[in-house]
Design a protein around this ligand. Structure first.
Ligand code: SAH
Length: 223
């Protein structure tokens, strides 16, 4: 079990993070708050120590349960589209490594995150930034169901490839709320969409670039 006090964030790590922020800027990320959060949060803390030296490459890496920690560009891109304001109630589907969760918390959101892989969920009680970011609630379950008892949410973020727009999640979004969702366009690519709920309940749909995510699956695992 990793403990915050045992982890080291060296000048090398900090320097690599600074370079990563420059790369993200070159790729088109402009939101200063998002860039600041990427600059602040040590991504290597969320990865096995074998990845220590490469943690700041702009790539996805494997985590437990055959899942991945999203590429920093993807994390920055989705977060930027969400336009997080301090105090926003955000539902995240796919806790995974908890890295994206931490970026949302660092922006001042109240984060409710759901993971369907038991092995990944079982890591959440040892969350490294529990003291620094008490504004996160971890849930084990099927993200397609959302969290009806805690709804409605200002923002919903899906971090796995969705085969369709999950109806129950759409219902759990506030009026004027936004959902950022990578929706299957083909087997290998998802179109990033930002869906805004209009006053009359209808949807404003904005389409962005394509990405490649692990699939959003129904149900939850037993182990
Ligand atoms: N945000 C994570 C992304 C992990 S990959 C990170 O950057 O580390 C996507 C995650 O979504 C995986 O952990 C996968 O298990 C989870 N997932 C897939 N379908 C899900 C569902 N229906 N409900 C909750 N989590 C789901």
């Amino acid at each position: 079990m990793k403990k915050l006090e045992d982890l080291v964030d060296t000048y090398l790590h900090k320097g690599l993070r600074k370079k990563l922020v420059e790369i993200l800027k070159e790729k088109g990320i402009t939101d200063e708050q998002v860039l600041d959060a990427i600059h602040t949060i040590p991504r290597h803390y969320f990865l096995d120590s074998a990845f220590d030296k490469i943690a700041y490459e702009d790539r996805a890496f494997p985590i437990a349960s055959e899942q991945t920690i999203s590429q920093p560009y993807t994390v920055a891109y989705q977060t930027q589209l969400l336009q997080i304001k301090k105090g926003d109630k955000v539902l995240e589907i796919g806790t995974g490594s908890m890295y994206q969760t931490t970026i949302l918390a660092a922006l001042g959101a109240k984060v409710y995150t759901i993971e369907r892989q038991k092995q990944l969920f079982e890591q959440t009680p040892t969350y490294l930034f529990k003291k620094q970011y008490p504004n996160i609630e971890f849930h084990f379950g099927d993200g397609f169901e959302g969290l009806p008892l805690l709804a409605p949410f200002d923002k919903i973020l899906i971090t796995a490839a969705a085969p369709k727009i999950p109806e129950k999640l759409w219902e759990q979004l506030k009026v004027s709320g936004k959902m950022v969702i990578p929706l299957d366009e083909s087997e290998a690519a998802q179109r990033m969409l930002r869906l805004t709920k209009k006053r009359d309940g209808s949807v404003k749909r904005e389409a962005f670039d394509t990405f490649s995510f692990v699939p959003m699956l129904e149900g939850k695992t037993q182990k």
